[in-house]
Design a protein around this ligand. Structure first.
Ligand code: CU
Length: 126
């Protein structure tokens, strides 16, 4: 009878440990909970943006997941129709970051890297 109780205790412990590691699997190693599934994705590789044109919703804040795959530093700056910066993202090197972009009016914008102004793309806000 004592032996049966020990087996039960070990079984209960095993279940508790399994639940613990399952919770951990969705922690730091999983995608950040703060990234919107509808986020705009822009990648940089070989001193160029991978996407020549991306779309974002008009009139509401949105996120850009910027993945710089280069060893060179890059950022994403959004230029309004008048050429002024509507948003300037932080420079990152060989890493990914999530920018929070304020609401923009509908229209066609350009985005560029401030460090490499020949890296450009089009952001269609609609
Ligand atoms: Cu750059």
């Amino acid at each position: 009878m004592r032996r049966f109780a020990s087996v039960l205790a070990i079984a209960a412990l095993t279940v508790a440990l399994a639940a613990c590691s399952a919770a951990n699997a969705e922690g730091p190693t999983g995608p950040a909970a703060s990234v919107d599934p509808g986020a705009v994705h822009i990648d940089a590789k070989d001193i160029a943006f991978t996407q020549s044109s991306v779309k974002a919703p008009a009139g509401r804040a949105f996120q850009i997941v910027f993945n710089n795959q280069d060893g060179a530093p890059h950022n994403v700056t959004i230029l309004g129709p008048d050429g002024s910066a509507a948003f300037t993202g932080d420079v990152v090197t060989a890493s990914s970051t999530t920018y929070s972009v304020p609401a923009l009016k509908a229209g066609s914008y350009r985005f560029r890297c401030d460090i490499h102004p020949n890296m450009t793309g089009t952001l269609v806000v609609q």
